[in-house]
Design a binder for this molecule. Sequence first.
Ligand code: 6PG
Length: 253
Amino acid sequence: MKTHKKIFIFKNGNQLADFAIKKWRHIARQSIKEKGRFAVALSGGKSPMEFYRKLTHLKGESFWQKTHVFIVDERAVPFDSPESNFRMIHYGLLKYLDIPQDNVHPIITAGRNLANAALQYENDLIVFFKTSSGGFPEFDLMILGIGEDGHTASLFPGTSALDEKKRLALEVSHKMAKNKRITMTLPVINGAANLFFVIRGRNKSKIVKEVLDGSTSLPAAMIRPGHGNLYFLLETSAATKLPPKILGKMIYP
Ligand code: 6PG
């Protein structure tokens, strides 16, 4: 099936966060109604921080009890490192919410062999989603960012991880990344029912244009959920290189 790609451009991060929160609430409620739970995978990086912080305003919602949080990618660092994605997500969001501890699924990298840690996370996904052999999980929602080089999650341009067809999680290393990492693979990301790219800052405007042109094989352009909704949530500063006909039409609200 065809990917439904939607582009929204916001005056600032605050408006972007408000929009993303509304969608989150809708998707969470809908998923719980249909499946009895809401499974979301979160990325690190700076761009989603304001969104995560504002999401804590929804702490009174009953859906947190049935929310399961996974991590899209993680660096091989201890939990207390400023480089840890889970640390940012914990202190910026999870700490304020009433999510049962068993529903939180960090990628544990500290002090572990990374290949084994990736296999362990893959196994966690298989068990949670009851994935059949050769199958892939279907997340209800996934939050992604884009690097200036076109990477997303920890899938970097020109790396063999992009060709992965079987594994759900992989250990990766790249010259642009300070630490080794574990990342969900493309088949897992593209299996999500809803994906938000949260993109902020002028430094992203060039790569956003390339990715949206669709004429590139950059990792972020390989995000094409087969049966899902793909939302590009852009701050105006990240959208300055888009053609005026897109820019003019998409400014929200
Ligand atoms: C990470 C990410 C990565 C991130 C982009 C954008 O661990 O850093 O998962 O893919 O989303 O690098 O990062 P910024 O939002 O900080 O620009």
